[in-house]
Design a protein around this ligand. Structure first.
Ligand code: HEC
Length: 279
């Protein structure tokens, strides 16, 4: 009996790579590069974990362009308005990046530093040093992109082990019934800036797995605002980072207001959350 190896190989590869529909477990860098015949390249970026508004630090990484990988995994659907690409990390961090953002800018899965230095980063806003980045670190060619520079380290997940495709409509469950545009914006910001580590109704990251609505039952609004603004001031040495520290201050304060507004509206809609003791 003769099998056509060329015909069945892609099927095996797909089975090995796709754990469940739309989720890709990432193989080691050498395999990823050879499986898809994608050569790695060097990318110089402004390293947002180690830069401030006053001082930019540039680092050169060895990386694979992510657009080619996304097309091979998900076809064209990753570029649609509804698409969200979810990056899952070893430590439970979960970063959701809109498909259109990945299409607009140039992003890469980095797997080494080009200068041979250890593949680690200092994350001063989380009071952590020499954090290992492997197996993969999502980096962006941000040198000439003010919008990306302003966002800082959001959308730069490290220790990435898997990538998933989702449709935006899946998280309607996290919007209050009659959401104003302001609440919708607050929700989008909460998702981008908080649900990477925390969750609401089970949707979100597992790095610090508290349900924010249930946690909110213990918090007064002014305390919560102060905490989001500067966790280290409230609790020195904490691993929670301050919100979007590279944004202009007035803009940052408005964002804190919208996030707290959204969380407050969700709490009103979830009376059961405060009826039980939070975990
Ligand atoms: C990088 C991960 C990370 C992100 C992003 C993050 N947090 Fe946290 N958060 C933590 C950690 C870690 C703690 C525990 C802090 C401690 O006790 O030192 C925490 C604690 C909290 C608590 C207290 C929980 C409790 O049990 O009472 C609240 C409330 C909270 N975070 C809200 C937020 C909000 C709102 C955002 C978005 C603006 C956010 N966090 C973003 C990591 C994160």
């Amino acid at each position: 009996m003769a099998y056509c190896l060329k015909c069945i190989l892609p099927v095996f590869l797909a089975m090995a790579v796709f754990g469940k529909a739309g989720a890709v477990e990432l193989p080691p860098p050498a395999d990823l590069s050879s499986q898809y015949a994608l050569p790695s390249r060097q990318v110089i970026v402004v390293e947002p974990h180690e830069s401030t508004n006053e001082r930019q630090k540039r680092v050169e990484y060895t990386a694979l362009p992510i657009d080619g990988l996304l097309t091979r995994w998900f076809g064209d659907r990753w570029t649609s308005e509804e698409a969200e690409i979810v990056f899952l990390a070893k430590d439970g961090y979960r970063s959701v990046v809109p498909g259109p953002k990945l299409k607009k800018y140039r992003a890469f899965l980095a797997f080494a530093r080009s200068d041979g230095a250890p593949f680690t980063v200092d994350n001063s806003s989380q009071n952590e040093r020499k954090i290992p980045l492997s197996p993969y670190y999502l980096v962006w060619d941000n040198k000439k992109e003010p919008e990306l520079l302003r966002q800082g380290a959001y959308g730069w997940p490290y220790q990435v082990t898997a990538v998933e495709w989702h449709s935006k409509s899946e998280d309607r469950a996290l919007l209050p019934a009659r959401a104003s545009p302001m609440l919708e914006q607050g929700f989008a910001e909460t998702k981008e800036y908080c649900l990477t580590c925390h969750n609401i109704r089970g949707i979100g990251g597992k790095k610090y797995p508290v349900d924010l609505i249930r946690a909110l039952c213990r918090w007064q609004e002014p305390d919560l605002k102060a905490w989001i603004d500067s966790p280290s001031r409230v609790k020195p040495g904490t691993a929670m980072p301050p919100l979007a520290r590279l944004l202009p201050e007035a803009e940052r304060q408005r964002m804190i207001g919208r996030i707290v507004g959204y969380l407050g509206a969700m709490k009103v809609e979830s009376p059961e959350a405060c009826a039980r003791p939070a975990p």
